[in-house]
Design a protein around this ligand. Structure first.
Ligand SMILES: O=C(O)C(=O)[C@H](O)CO
Ligand SMILES: [Mg+2]
Length: 253
């Protein structure tokens, strides 16, 4: 099994470029991030070349973070900002060779929000497709992100089917899915053709995967049996310095 360090959480206390180096030293096969926009893309591209690690994914900006926003793409009336964030994310992804862009929906509910999200996702998929980039949507659990538009894989699957874009896929984060829907291995099997990236953290505390209610040795073996070979995203909150939380990397590999 190969693993990607999510630098939104792992080594998040370091500049992004140093975090990439730390992930390489620790033996990760890839990296991914949340919002890299404060770091010039050419610096990130340079450190990816230096370490040989690919950056698997990045997120669109959240909007007004101080006001509690967590994405713009399902917010009716915010289409111009949402599309600017999508275009920015795709341009950054092209500059650093990243193949996945997670389009964040935001805190909103209702049919109008669904139409808005679909329209903005259509824009994202059209812009990304000629560049070989996949657009990801990720259900977030209602405990950490109450009121987030996209909360379940069932909802995400319906959106993917409705839009019918070949480069729209599901970000299957085992942490969120376990909290909202459970049934991880059956769900992974059924949804596999629609999955673009897989992430994990312990449940319920979002720590390293060698603790908590999910047996990740079993889940990772199942994912390998399904034929999935891309690195899995370690998106957990280290309790202490990241290096002290990496025993799982040897045991679950
Ligand atoms: O929160 C998550 O699980 C994510 O993957 C997002 O990228 C950050 O909100
Ligand atoms: Mg995630």
């Amino acid at each position: 099994m190969r693993f990607s360090a999510n630098l939104g959480f792992l080594w998040a206390d370091r500049p992004l470029t140093d975090a990439v180096r730390a992930a390489a030293t620790a033996g990760f096969d890839a990296v991914e991030c949340h919002w890299p926009y404060d770091t010039p893309a050419q610096d990130v591209a340079a450190v990816l070349r230096e370490t040989g690690l690919p950056m698997l994914g990045l997120n669109t900006r959240r909007g007004n973070v101080a006001a509690g926003e967590n994405g713009l793409s399902a917010l009716p009336g915010r289409e111009d900002e949402a599309r600017a964030a999508i275009d920015e994310a795709i341009a950054y992804a092209i500059a650093i060779g990243t193949r996945n862009v997670h389009v964040m929906a935001g805190f909103v509910q209702g049919e109008h929000a669904q139409d808005t999200f679909l329209a903005n996702l259509g824009h994202a998929c059209r812009q990304a497709r000629p560049e070989g980039i996949t657009i990801l949507i990720e259900p977030l659990n209602d405990y950490d992100a109450p009121g987030y538009f996209l909360q379940t894989t069932t909802q995400a699957e319906a959106l993917i089917d409705q839009l019918g874009a070949p480069n729209l896929r599901l970000m299957f984060d085992c942490y969120h899915v376990q909290l909202m829907e459970g049934n991880l291995t059956r769900r992974l099997t059924r949804l596999l053709p629609k999955i673009g990236h897989i992430q994990f953290a312990s449940v319920p505390d979002r720590g390293a995967p060698d603790r908590g209610e999910v047996n990740f040795a079993h889940v990772f073996a199942h994912i390998a049996e399904l034929g999935w070979t891309a690195p899995l995203g370690a998106e957990y909150r280290p309790q202490g310095p990241t290096e002290t939380t990496l025993d799982w990397l040897a045991t679950l590999r």
